[in-house]
Design a protein around this ligand. Structure first.
Ligand code: FES
Length: 99
């Protein structure tokens, strides 16, 4: 779905997204790594359980919350990817039963 621009060649870092290594340009955000990894949806809305993914890429929408190096609810678009970083998407749960 997403790919780096051809002129984005240069230093890269490798992050682990849900157990899979993903190479991203140095300085790219964790949210960019999620999109490059195809790890979307990356979380579920806690109320409606609707699938969510990074959207604004500038710290406004909070749709990019993931676990980074064991710390939950981190804003992936506001954090630069770093070598060896471990990212875990939020578990996707079933929507609540409606009566
Ligand atoms: S993508 Fe909107 S806050 Fe991160």
């Amino acid at each position: 779905m997403y790919a780096s621009l051809p002129d984005a060649a240069g230093p890269q870092v490798s992050v682990i997204v849900d157990g899979k290594p993903v190479a991203v340009p140095a300085g790219a955000s964790v949210a960019a790594a999620l999109l490059l990894a195809g790890a979307v949806p990356s979380r579920a809305n806690p109320v409606t359980h609707a699938p969510r993914a990074p959207y604004c890429m500038m710290g406004v929408c909070f749709e990019c919350l993931v676990e980074i190096d064991g710390i939950p609810e981190r804003q992936a678009c506001m954090i630069a990817a770093a070598e060896g970083m471990r990212v875990r998407c939020a578990p996707r749960s079933s929507p609540p039963e409606r009566s």
